[in-house]
Design a protein around this ligand. Structure first.
Ligand SMILES: Cc1cc2nc3c(=O)[nH]c(=O)nc-3n(C[C@H](O)[C@H](O)[C@H](O)COP(=O)(O)OP(=O)(O)OC[C@H]3O[C@@H](n4cnc5c(N)ncnc54)[C@H](O)[C@@H]3O)c2cc1C
Length: 516
């Protein structure tokens, strides 16, 4: 029998009814909600405040083939090449073909992309793109400015109600395994009944020690869907971004130095000042992310250092500060003057290519359950995401999800009975267990993997899951712990099944997998 986190008959807890519940208020969740018919009542649930999400942190921009020397065919082949052969070509085709019109729709909804005096959008390049096709806002404040506009639109729509600090705990499914709503925790449990649920809860960065993601990004939507029996895909593929700013405050995420900085001429150097990417890949500093992250990792290991350097000193005078104001100001606060100093950087977890398997309309294997954004695996990123394709994926497939939902017949959710189980109190130091999960995933589920390391980490995840599944989970951190271990277990297990190195899944010694 499946485990529900809520351990009470649902009629004993407060409840609300909606046509659609969207869990997650990042770009994918809000864009889907905004594009839903005004006649649908929509609840948007978020874990903390609406402004707190990875979408708001995006710097570089959105990839779309809008330039005169570009077209969707070239964008398609760049995406497939970066994905190392396992992206779903038909779905990538849909994404790149929809890109120009979907970014035009964003602009028509009030998003202001950086442009020249004639109104032509400025484009830049990033790793593994053969054309400059990244459009951006406020220099390097793309995510924040788009999200400000999305929040503004959501607040204007009377059919959408936002519930902040509502932590998703359960995806409710009825006896026919069809969605009936969700349960969330907000001081106590609340049921949101709805025949249609969209999971848009973002990635999994919070299960790694070093990440650019918000620490709240603990794969909760994926874990809740796992408990409901959903089908997953590509869970072994976790992207590390080559250049996070070295050093951070305890408990904080790493600050990203966008790949667009290398797109504008930034060069990676080792401790001897050598531009080492010049002799590691034909695209040099703009090689695919997985390649650059691994080469930095190798440089660091060989030099016994925990960082390398990004050199932007050759960029013209005030250009860097004007083109990347957020990065410039963050570096300055840390005492680094990019026009003069080398910027210390290291690779850290950044993006999740895997997730809940969906078709292009966002449908999952559970009737009534949809997913979009980083939580979903549409198949467009394969084993390695092409830079700035994530925001594109968010808008293209959130739009298709909204469209599919707008065309559904009128439905209502079926009731569900939950019989309480007498679980013993959960004991143990939750913070210490979370820290150990992060450390194990960093060391064994990260850039370079081995069967022994994967098994060692897996043993711990199984231990935590066993303990959590058989205990009363009464606080959000108990639930987060179970979610972290559940998602980590899927990553580790699928990594063990993938016996050859591919994209972001890299084995230190492929032959070591043979006898495993
Ligand atoms: C620093 C940084 C820079 C980036 N730069 C770029 C870029 O330039 N271009 C690009 O294409 N991509 C970039 N990315 C990746 C991209 O920003 C993300 O993949 C994308 O924004 C994810 O959007 P999302 O809607 O799926 O999730 P998010 O924006 O992460 O939003 C997730 C939402 O889910 C909610 N949520 C999570 N768990 C729960 C729960 N249990 N209950 C209720 N709600 C929950 C959160 O509160 C949040 O509202 C960047 C990522 C980072 C971290």
């Amino acid at each position: 029998m499946r485990r529900f986190i809520v351990n009470k008959p649902l009629e004993e807890i407060p409840s609300r009814h909606f046509d659609v519940v969207v869990v997650g208020g990042g770009l994918s969740g809000l864009y889907a909600a905004v594009l839903m018919d005004a006649g649908l009542s929509v609840a948007v649930l978020v874990k903390s405040a609406l402004e707190q999400c990875n979408s708001a942190l995006a710097q570089g921009g959105i990839a779309a083939a809008i330039g005169e020397n570009d077209n969707p065919d070239i964008h398609l082949s760049d995406t497939l090449r970066a994905a190392v052969g396992i992206a779903d070509q038909d779905v990538v085709r849909l994404m790149v073909d929809s890109g120009p019109s979907e970014v035009a729709r964003l602009a028509s909804l009030g998003v202001k992309f950086d442009a020249d005096e004639h109104g032509n959008w400025h484009t830049t390049s990033e790793g593994a793109h053969s054309r400059g096709r990244i459009i951006h806002c406020g220099g390097d404040a793309t995510g924040r400015l788009i999200m400000n506009q999305m929040i503004h639109l959501v607040n204007e729509k009377p059919n959408i109600q936002v519930f902040e600090h509502h932590f998703l705990t359960d995806v409710l499914t009825d006896t026919k395994d069809t969605v009936a709503g969700v349960v969330a925790y907000h001081d106590s449990f609340v049921t949101f009944w709805a025949p249609t649920v969209v999971l848009a809860t973002g990635g999994v960065g919070g299960i790694y020690q070093h990440t650019t993601n918000h620490k709240q990004t603990t794969g909760d939507g994926i874990a809740a869907a796992i408990r409901a029996g959903v089908r997953l895909e590509n869970m072994e593929f976790v992207q590390f971004h080559p250049t996070a700013l070295y050093g951070k405050e305890e408990g904080e995420s790493f600050f990203l130095i966008s790949e667009a900085v290398r797109g504008e001429g930034g060069v990676l150097r080792n401790k001897h000042g050598e531009a080492f990417m010049n002799y590691r890949h034909k695209k040099k500093d703009l090689a695919p992310r997985d390649v650059v992250a691994r080469e930095i990792f190798r440089e660091m290991a060989e030099a016994g250092q925990d960082h390398v350097y990004l050199d932007v000193t050759s960029l013209p005078g005030a250009y860097f500060a004007q083109r990347f104001p957020t990065i410039y100001s963050h570096c300055s606060k840390r005492g680094i003057q990019p026009e003069r100093d080398l910027i210390p950087v290291l690779p850290v977890q950044h993006y999740f290519m895997g997730g809940i398997k969906t078709n292009p309309s966002g449908e999952t294997s559970i009737p009534g359950l949809y997913a979009c954004g980083e939580t979903a695996c549409t198949g467009v990123h394969g084993a390695n995401r092409l830079a700035s394709n994530s925001l594109l994926e968010c808008i293209v497939f959130a739009a298709k999800t909204a469209n599919a939902i707008n065309n559904l017949p009128v439905q209502s959710a079926n009731a569900i009975e939950i019989s309480p189980v007498n679980y013993p109190e959960f004991s143990g130091d939750v913070n210490a267990m979370m820290a150990k999960i992060r450390e194990l995933m960093q060391t064994h589920g990260g850039i370079v993997r081995s069967p022994q390391g994967l098994i060692h980490a897996l043993d711990y995840m199984n231990e935590i899951i066993e303990m959590a599944e058989n205990g009363a989970l009464v606080t959000p951190s108990h639930i987060e712990l179970l979610n972290m271990a559940s998602v980590a277990r899927e990553i580790l297990v699928t990594a063990l099944y993938r016996r050859e190195s591919l994209g972001s899944h890299f084995l230190e010694d492929e032959t070591s997998m043979i006898n495993f």
